[in-house]
Design a protein around this ligand. Structure first.
Ligand code: SF4
Length: 344
């Protein structure tokens, strides 16, 4: 699309969006604040979690870690515990690291410039733009999937959103409709994308910009956005041993590479002396963003004190029980397994 030719025709669209946002903004707790710490946490919490699913987690997190300093001084395992239920635990690990970075590099004061915010661990262009525009009057559009979708439809633009150049392309396109108040504009686009211009069945009749929307006037809304590449999920098989003795079982903490960083898991191998104690196995399927997991979990009920003690002595496993496991964060399928097997 020739941007210059349409620029003057579309500048009013952003203002129309702002007027709509003023009366229709979702009533969310973080909308009452301009505290960059809280805006940052909420942006990270709600990146992959629906608002109604994440709201309690967000409130609990902020209650326990009300500011950068409290978060930076907390133990990583406690931060992970407060992230329990939200998934994508690497986000919690990065939040914690970024809080420490703010304490050391910025004397505990949240940086106000887009470029500085971008340097913080785990913060990408979208979050840096959102925080700097909402809290500090920054002028960068917070381009995410909502922007791709709304702008593709608004301009009936068939630029491939799976292209590596999509971010730059749609950032430029956004500037055509972007008014002075970029913070509210970014939030208006978020709300429009999630409430009105939804991926499926958009509510075009209720849309504040439908008179300007080319896809709508061409009756081709479902043709946009255009996405050619599909990321193929990789199949991955995992094996675990749920090694129990009486009420206790064994766990260890994962490293921070690969999936499920720093979460707790069961042993992934056992010695031959322990094999006679296997009483069954179960396969659980679980989907991650780019992985299809098939997890076989063997239930091992050890009755020999020697076999149990030797195994613990040779490996660095922790002994826990159902109560102790509540204090730790496990990947969802393992968490479910613990709940189900110890329930009976
Ligand atoms: S008119 Fe429909 S397709 Fe166009 S921006 Fe609004 S909701 Fe999206």
């Amino acid at each position: 699309m020739e941007k210059n030719s349409v620029a003057s025709n579309f500048l009013h669209v952003g203002n129309r969006l702002l007027a709509w946002y003023k009366n229709n903004a979702r009533d969310l707790p973080f909308r009452q604040t301009k505290d960059p710490y809280k805006i940052w946490i909420c942006e990270i919490v709600f990146q992959q979690t629906r608002i109604n699913q994440g709201l309690n987690h967000y409130n609990n997190f902020i209650k326990r870690f009300p500011d950068v300093k409290t978060l930076a001084e907390a133990e990583e395992n406690e931060v992970l515990l407060y992230w329990k239920g939200l998934g994508y635990y690497s986000r919690a690990i990065n939040i914690h690291k970024a809080a420490k970075q703010i304490m050391t590099d910025y004397q505990g004061i949240f940086p106000s410039h887009y470029e500085d915010i971008l340097k913080l661990k785990g913060i990408g262009k979208y979050t840096a733009a959102a925080v700097s525009s909402i809290c500090f009057g920054g002028k960068m559009p917070a381009v995410d999937g909502n922007f791709y979708r709304v702008l593709s439809r608004l301009f009936a633009d068939d630029f491939d959103i799976s292209s590596s150049k999509a971010f730059t392309y749609f950032s430029e396109l956004a500037t055509l409709v972007m008014p002075e108040n970029v913070g509210d504009f970014n939030q208006a686009m978020m709300d429009l994308g999630s409430e009105i211009c939804k991926p499926k069945n958009p509510l075009c009749e209720e849309c504040p910009i439908h008179k300007d929307c080319l896809a709508f006037s061409l009756q081709k809304v479902t043709d946009y956005p255009v996405k050619t590449k599909k990321v193929k999920a990789e199949d991955l098989a995992l094996t675990y041993y749920f090694v129990q003795k009486d009420e206790q079982f064994l766990i260890r903490q994962r490293g921070d590479d690969f999936i499920w960083k720093k979460l707790f898991e069961f042993p992934s191998s056992i010695p031959s002396e322990m094999e006679p104690y296997i009483i069954g196995s179960k396969t659980v399927n679980h989907k991650l963003t780019h992985k299809n997991l098939s997890i076989e979990i063997f239930n091992v009920k050890v009755t020999s004190v020697k076999v149990w003690n030797d195994f613990i002595a040779e490996n660095q496993y922790l002994i826990t029980d159902i109560e102790g496991s509540h204090e730790k964060s496990f990947p969802k399928p393992l968490e479910n397994y613990i709940q189900n097997s110890l329930k009976d």
